[in-house]
Design a protein around this ligand. Structure first.
Ligand code: URA
Length: 197
């Protein structure tokens, strides 16, 4: 099967994911799951946490305030959003944008695992502590794990079934909305992508 078909299958399964507690919320609110968007052969995959209000209303990842910031950071290193793939661990919006629960991460994580296997990115950039922890644990890098404050902007190399990849933990763009100083840190951390052209 081609990448697009395999990704479509993931979408169909998530749309019908009745065993998720967030499924009921989605139906009640008449919103959409957010599967992911971008180049199916992307070299870089960005992994966020979970859709927010704008994302659930449109079905598109990072299309609200956090998305505007992500676009700004990408533009600062001349990366086009259409060339990367952007997704989240949790594919449905947690009520009131609360942190995703461990059970929710367990339910949706396998879909992210499949997206990684299909797209085969050379770089996985994790946005925030939830996706950073998930990806570091997935690739058995427990011994390298520290807080996001320690790990942001560093490059970790790991092996996958399709070869070596790099994991780059970053602060979640939404932190800028609470603390303006973090914008400079994110801008600086994004410079790391210039090394991997
Ligand atoms: N925050 C996320 O983690 N993901 C989105 O898609 C939007 C906001």
């Amino acid at each position: 099967m081609k990448r697009t078909e395999l990704l479509r299958k993931i979408k169909d399964e998530v749309v019908d994911l009745k065993e998720s507690p967030l499924y009921r919320e989605r139906i009640k609110n008449g919103v959409f799951p957010v599967i992911g968007e971008g180049n199916h052969c992307a070299k870089i995959m960005f992994v966020g946490e979970a859709p927010g209000k704008n994302e659930a209303e449109t079905g598109r990842p990072f299309c609200g305030m956090s998305g505007k910031l992500l676009d700004e950071f990408l533009a600062s290193v001349n990366i086009l959003r259409k060339d990367v793939y952007v997704t989240n661990i949790v594919k449905d919006r947690p009520p009131t944008n609360r942190d995703p629960l461990p059970d929710e991460i367990s339910i949706y994580g396998p879909f992210l695992d499949r997206q990684i296997e299909i797209i085969k990115p050379r770089i996985i950039a994790t946005l925030g502590r939830f996706s950073t922890d998930y990806i570091m644990l997935k690739f058995k890098m427990d011994s390298d794990m520290e807080s996001i404050g320690q790990m942001h902007g560093k490059v970790f190399v790991t092996k996958t079934g399709y070869g070596k990849i790099k994991i780059i933990p970053l602060y979640h763009p939404a932190v800028v909305l609470y603390n303006r100083n973090t914008k400079d840190i994110l801008m600086k951390d994004f410079q790391v992508f210039k090394r991997f052209r």
